[in-house]
Ligand binder design. Sequence first.
Ligand code: SF4
Ligand code: SF4
Length: 352
Amino acid sequence: MDCTALLDKIRVQSRTLGFTGFGIAKAELDADQAHLQDWLAKGQHGQMDYMARHGDMRARPELLQPGTLSVISVRMDYGTDPEQAWATLAASDKAYVARYALGRDYHKLMRQRLKQLAQFIESEIGRFGYRVLVDSAPSLERALARNAGLGWIGKHTCLIDKDEGSWFFLGEIYTDLELPGTTLTPQGHCGTCTRCIDICPTGAIVAPNRLDARRCISYLTIEHQGSIPEEFRTAIGNRIFGCDDCQLVCPWNKFAKIHAEPDFAARNRLDEAGLLELFAWTEDEFLQRTEGSAIRRTGYINWLRNLAVALGNAEPTPEHLAALRDKCSHDHPVVREHAQWALQQLETKLRT
Ligand code: SF4
Ligand code: SF4
């Protein structure tokens, strides 16, 4: 079949499956590999040891999946109302959850849809070798998406599309098909803007395109195990799972679309829930309510830890004080320590 006609058909099918962007990536990632190695060497990945594993596989698709000649890269929107996000961030008694984690875990949905896309290609050309990836294996997905023409990597290190902003998930199909790569890599359009760097509550964007994960609230509330360094606790505010500030402030997101995917709709009212309500969940409730959600991966102890920090940044109401006092005798030392810290914060506020 004529390659252009095939690509047109795949593009149309990808749209039907809910993907809002599609491209073919060149797997030339030498500069990105050097950037990754430097980031790792400086320890800026924190406890994310998995980033350091797998050697060159991340930057060389053919090592991860032998025979890979082309990478199909797609994106799927998860944009929501930014006004609601800002309002929740401003309400210190409410919990802020990163917009990508409000609904069903995107990994499963994206993987299913990518498999459907691969099966569609098979129905057109017959069997071929492929592997579907959604954060499931070491890959430099943003660099691949950039090479596929889906956008540029902004100073905050997320991918941005000029017409659709940055609120989207990425996924890939590594394939042994020799498809024509996108010839034009989009130019960056950050220009002299530094809004994301300026707003970052913890100074985690230490230079353009350079994120020190150890300072990033997203890392601290999701990936980091154990005690959260005290120097970051006040800056965390009411963000209990992830952080979106650098994307919320990005001017290109005025072009972002609100998603229409029912699976991404907020569950358990997580877009407006109060800190006290979530802090009162038992472990069973946590496991039951976060089933099929990305939040599950942080675990119940970190969930309580994060909520304790957020309560320490809230108003010293009798209800907040009572809830924290209760958790000061929790079985787990991390929960106890964060509840004690938070209680001290509120008691200090009461005295001043
Ligand atoms: S996610 Fe939040 S803490 Fe992390 S870089 Fe962006 S603004 Fe900073
Ligand atoms: S906020 Fe400005 S500097 Fe940051 S990613 Fe967006 S355009 Fe680039």
